[in-house]
Design a protein around this ligand. Structure first.
Ligand code: HEC
Ligand SMILES: [Ca+2]
Length: 448
């Protein structure tokens, strides 16, 4: 795409799109309209009166859409972090359209916090990606729980989500996922459960462990978010682990959302149990790297996933359905081109998608009473764009979006506490996308 821009556009719009003989494509002022359709129209049809040639004959639709995505991505990069980020409102009061709240820091002594889960007694489990599990108890952070398996920590590897069994009071089970290391620098996502006794991990059992040939030297797209449904099934996500085509292959676990019983066995009513050569644990497929789950009040499962360059998605996950990756996507593929088409029969469309990629991870259907004006809304956490967003939804349609806060760090996870308040895991942005950095756990305390 960059070469295409250099060949066909840079002569007039400047090699970094900043403007030359013709105007800047980055400044967010549009003579002919800034919607996707209008920008595509400018490129295809040209703007003869202004001296913008038509590229209808010399660019395919896919190339035109690729240039649009490139313009969007460059515009966001050019904007950088807005000036307001210099003075974060951490521990200050934030006024938003419908709710004022105070962001209260509970701990800053965590490194790249990844997953949060409350025990029924109000203690909060926190995973740190470098491989530690800690417990926050009335403001006091425990020493790391001893006896957790060693984790692979290169790039995106590490300790991932933590979840508490819905019947924890009876059985004490806690679920953890991590990048398991193997010889020759290989790793793969593994799921275990165990109990914590005297701050020590005991009674460990494997819930999911891939065959050795699936351990690879690729250190990204591990997935792994958890959620339990009301019947006690465990859903977990596995990213494509750097093998996009595996997301369409039902004999491969990567690029899927899985559903298992609490002990890792396969429920009889899973969609592919009776199909030969398909993995029975698969619930849905065609996913790139899902990292957020939430159930809507009507019981439907919503999931987020990271797109390639652009095309981050929110999907409603239905049994046995195909969510398209890597055949359809709204983003730019590694090749620099978009996919041939963004929609195909037999492949689900996201309910919402974002270009360029904000890095969507957590999603939460809010149905509580502590922030009454947000009831029925969806909250989304962005990592790259460091935002907490509120979306109004009507059934499966996404309406207005509001940024609740921005620039306080990468929003990796959030959960509702037993007190009904929203708790979030934030991490400072690092020099690289995957850097391990200092993080914090905060809660949003409503202010009248
Ligand atoms: C011969 C010079 C020339 C070339 C080559 C050219 N443009 Fe333009 N383009 C213009 C001029 C002049 C305008 C009018 C407005 C301005 O100055 O930005 C324009 C306008 C546009 C607009 C609308 C901007 C707005 O404010 O609404 C877009 C989008 C655009 N160009 C994209 C492209 C892309 C993508 C390419 C390469 C495929 C390209 N242009 C190649 C001269 C050129
Ligand atoms: Ca998709």
């Amino acid at each position: 795409m960059r070469t295409l821009f250099a060949d066909k556009c840079a002569g007039c719009h400047g090699d970094r799109m900043q403007g030359g003989r013709a105007g800047s494509l980055l400044d967010d002022t549009w003579m002919y309209g800034g919607s996707d359709d209008k920008v595509l129209e400018s490129i295809r049809e040209g703007r003869a009166d202004a001296g913008m040639p038509s590229f209808k004959a010399s660019l395919s639709d896919v190339e035109a859409r690729g240039l649009l995505l490139l313009i969007r991505t460059n515009a966001t990069q050019a904007k950088g972090r807005p000036a307001t980020l210099a003075t974060p409102v951490m521990d200050g009061v934030v006024k938003t359209a419908k709710q004022t709240f105070r962001i209260e820091t509970l701990t800053e002594a965590v490194e790249t916090p990844w997953g949060l889960a409350f025990l029924p007694d109000g203690r909060l489990l926190i995973t740190e990606r470098p491989g530690r599990l800690r417990i926050l108890d009335k403001g006091k952070l425990s020493e790391p729980v001893a006896g957790i398996p060693a984790v692979w920590t290169r790039q995106d590897g590490g300790l991932f989500d933590v979840e508490v069994h819905p019947k924890y009071a009876q059985n004490g089970w806690i679920y953890l996922a991590y990048a398991e290391p193997r010889e020759t620098n290989r790793s793969m996502t593994t799921i275990i459960r165990g109990r914590i006794k005297d701050n020590r991990w005991v009674d460990q059992e494997y819930i999911y462990r891939a065959p050795d040939e699936l351990f690879t030297q690729i250190n990204f797209h591990y997935g792994l978010r958890f959620i339990f449904d009301r019947e006690g099934h465990l859903f977990y996500s596995l990213g494509d682990h750097g093998k996009p085509e595996s997301a369409q292959d039902l004999s491969q676990p990567t690029g899927k959302i899985h559903r298992v019983n609490d002990d890792g066995t396969i429920p009889k009513d899973n969609p592919f149990v009776s199909r030969a050569a398909a993995l029975g644990s698969i619930w849905s497929y065609g996913h790139r790297n899902p990292e957020g789950f939430s159930f809507a009040p009507n019981g439907t499962l919503w999931a987020t996933e990271h797109g390639p360059s652009g095309g981050d998605e929110v999907n409603i996950i239905q049994k046995g359905r195909n969510y398209g990756w890597p055949v359809i996507s709204w983003g730019l593929m590694d090749s620099g081109l978009p996919t041939e088409t963004t929609a195909k029969p037999g492949m689900e469309q996201p309910v919402a998608h974002w270009e360029p990629s904000p890095g969507i991870a957590p999603v939460l259907f809010y149905n509580g009473s502590k922030y009454p004006a947000w009831k029925g809304n969806v909250l989304l956490g962005f990592m790259g764009h460091e935002e907490l967003r509120r979306l109004t939804v009507n059934g499966t349609r996404v309406g207005k979006q509001e940024v609740l806060f921005k620039g306080l760090g990468r929003v990796r996870d959030f959960v509702l506490g037993p007190d009904g308040l929203l708790y979030a895991a934030l991490a400072n942005p690092g020099p690289q996308l995957s850097s391990t950095t200092q993080g914090r756990v905060v809660r949003l305390v409503p202010v009248q």
